[in-house]
Ligand binder design. Structure first.
Ligand SMILES: O=C(O)CCC(=O)C(=O)O
Ligand SMILES: [Fe+2]
Length: 181
């Protein structure tokens, strides 16, 4: 539903994302995070800065804050809203939309009380090769593709076998095109 809205917003053909990423064979990846109470939270990082793989991540949390996102170089607290689901954009949405929807850089800090968060990442099929959609988002000279194609499973393996480090995985497949004049 949300992905259909995003596709519509970008003027993409309705079934393009489902077909190109074989979403009917895609996985939902479930992650549960427990951050124990910490007497000196300012000295500890719960989860270092990173962006999530996949298209969208749905996050629920107990009523303790801790999630921060980076905007214009500053870390912003995302205070939990009860009975709500927070939606984060992931790297594969950024790749597929050729950078129109950027994956959100985020981290989790700890508190003097324990915190729990549960994330469900909505993903392409493991065998799907993810690349910027063949669509008006790419128009040869003016909007060239900004990311190299990569098999989804290989991207996940790269992310999972390296320390979390900002958007470093995405940076590895970014094409550094010269700035347009
Ligand atoms: O605990 C949080 O709020 C963030 C969790 C997270 O970013 C993740 O599991 O990828
Ligand atoms: Fe995350």
């Amino acid at each position: 539903m949300l992905l259909s809205g995003i596709s519509e917003n970008l003027g993409l053909e309705e079934e393009l994302m489902r077909r190109s990423l074989d979403l009917d064979s895609g996985f939902e990846v479930f992650v549960a995070n427990y951050y124990p109470a910490c007497p000196q939270p300012e000295l500890v990082m719960g989860l270092p800065p990173h962006s999530d793989f996949g298209l969208l991540t749905f996050l629920i949390q107990n009523e303790v804050g801790g999630l921060q996102i980076q905007r214009n170089g500053k870390w912003i607290n995302i205070n939990p809203i009860s009975n709500s689901i927070l939606v984060n954009t992931g790297d594969h949405l950024e790749i597929f939309t050729n950078g129109k929807y950027k994956s959100v850089l985020h981290r989790a800090v700890v508190n003097k009380v324990a915190r729990i968060s549960i994330g469900i990442a909505n993903c392409p099929a493991m065998n799907a090769t993810v690349r910027p959609a063949a669509s008006p988002l790419i128009q040869s000279e003016s909007f060239p593709p900004l990311y190299l194609p990569k098999k989804y499973s290989e991207y996940v393996e790269m992310q999972q076998t390296n320390p979390l480090n900002g958007k470093s995985c995405l940076d590895k497949i970014k094409i550094n095109s010269p700035p347009l004049k």
